[in-house]
Design a protein around this ligand. Sequence first.
Ligand code: HGY
Ligand code: MN
Ligand code: MN
Length: 398
Amino acid sequence: MNINPTRFLSDLHALRQFGASGVCKGVVRPAYSEADIAARAWLAGKFEEAGLRVHYDPMGSLFGLSDAPRSLLLGSHSDSQPEGGWLDGALGVIAALEVARAAKESGGPAVSVVSFQDEEGRFGVTTGSTVWSGELTLEEADKLTDRTGTTLAEARGAMASQVGDFVDPKQFTGFIEMHIEQGPWLDQAGEAVGVVTDIVGIRDMRITFEGEQNHAGTTPMHLRKDAFQALGAFNALIGERFKNVATPQTVWTIGHVKLHPDAHSIVPGRATFSMQWRDGDADRLGRMEEIIRNAASEIADAQGFELSFGPMLGLEPVAMSAGLRSALEASAEEHAAGRWRKMPSGALHDATNVARYLPVAMLFVPSINGISHAFEEDTDEADLVTGLEVLAGAVARL
Ligand code: HGY
Ligand code: MN
Ligand code: MN
């Protein structure tokens, strides 16, 4: 199979023009935004040129389907974080396109391609592939809201004229997702490729403390019910209690905070914030949930706040398929001898959901300085091409 690195890099750069932030190579292409829908239309054209049949499922996940009765599925996602890099997701989709094209040109194996919708979780956690996998019904998903209160049902209405049915997974023999590492390890070691062993699990929900809105000049400190102070106390308390359960792999993040009414001279009456935690061990995720719920209740009770929890979203830790992994390992040994390693993924990926239907595997290329989910995200082009070679080599072996 003769892959074409120039064509691959040129397509990758073309995709980053959709929603280009103007800062570094960054993109602003959240799910269902104008830029996201336009990027999907451009990708659909590329899939068609490559001889693949274009199909959008009800979530707006875009498939380029091989006409063979059985094919290997490759891909990732093309939506981005609110401030995202040019490679997160896009790399796996364009690498898949190049391998599908090269396979077709050389009479190689049948390959289909996918770009899942809302991997970055504007509404959930890897929402498009979660719904495809049957883990969440479309009806339930439609009620999810983004940070501004827009529902998924409203947002996906923008793609209503394009979508068809869900794609039957029985036509696929397996799924391989190429991605950037998004962490520091390959870059620090000067290595070119990581073959993923397993993907961590995640829990994610919103928490609200409701206190009392009041004047910031006249309300004495001891009479305030300041919702931000409750959030601050909660954050300190879980940090303390997590020391007893966390391992070096355990992470937690409060990444979004909404204070009401969000003004300099008003004691905030309400704080709604995201609470997300990740670990490779499902039991530990459960123990952390208990700590979170207890800490929030204790603070609310002691200080007289109303407390509410939003729906909890989550994905379980998942191991990669031994068969697909060994094809990637053999290919890595051929194309990057002495410059690859086996490693877990601390980021979430659509592969977790696809694993409900199919054997799945993933490969990583380095992220310069370990930066991702930021405009500065980047990877040396030589490493991008090595990763593509490893992917194509694995597909050829399968
Ligand atoms: O948040 C994540 O791990 C992923 O990038 N969706
Ligand atoms: Mn991604
Ligand atoms: Mn991401």
